[in-house]
Design a protein around this ligand. Sequence first.
Ligand SMILES: [Fe+2]
Length: 201
Amino acid sequence: MFEAERFVADCRAAFAEDPTHKAVREVLARTVSDPMAVLKGLGEPKRAEIQELFHSDALTIIKVVWAPGMMVMPHNHRMWAVIGIYTGREDNVFWRRVKGAPNKIEAAGAKALCVMDAEPLGADIIHSVINPIDKLTGAIHIYGGDFFAAERSEWDSMTLEEHGRMASGTGVCSKKQTLVTRQPNTSAQPDRLLDAWPRAW
Ligand SMILES: [Fe+2]
């Protein structure tokens, strides 16, 4: 049985004992190891959305539902993260800065995250994300900081050059159209989706 309140309490207790991603990841891994329970607790995904489960200066826990085909351009977080999948799939491409051209990035690897995966991302990670399947993907994202207030960088999807730094919860981030570069097959109301999505991913 999954209860959001209990889950948040467990994550906060783990984080209080170990402020790295490790203890929190264990909680998330244990949680998504029973994906049906999470589905029951959080509800079957109906549309792309972000739901805040917990938010403080030191820790952010959100539920993220990706529409089929949705993509997010390369970006960093500047804090550790753990991504747990409870339905669908989320593919990550990892990038690194090009030596001699620090504003530019090149692909460094990729990982397909499937149901029951709980993947840690280091604070320096640059990644882009896609839901490659034709159904909604549901994930729990946990960040080791105030995800909504933190500044971060993004990289242009065409040129792979860094542009702009943003804090997603402060109104500084206004690049709605660039953050969601493709969103076919979604039944979500586009305006609502775009209003919600730039705040987190
Ligand atoms: Fe991200």
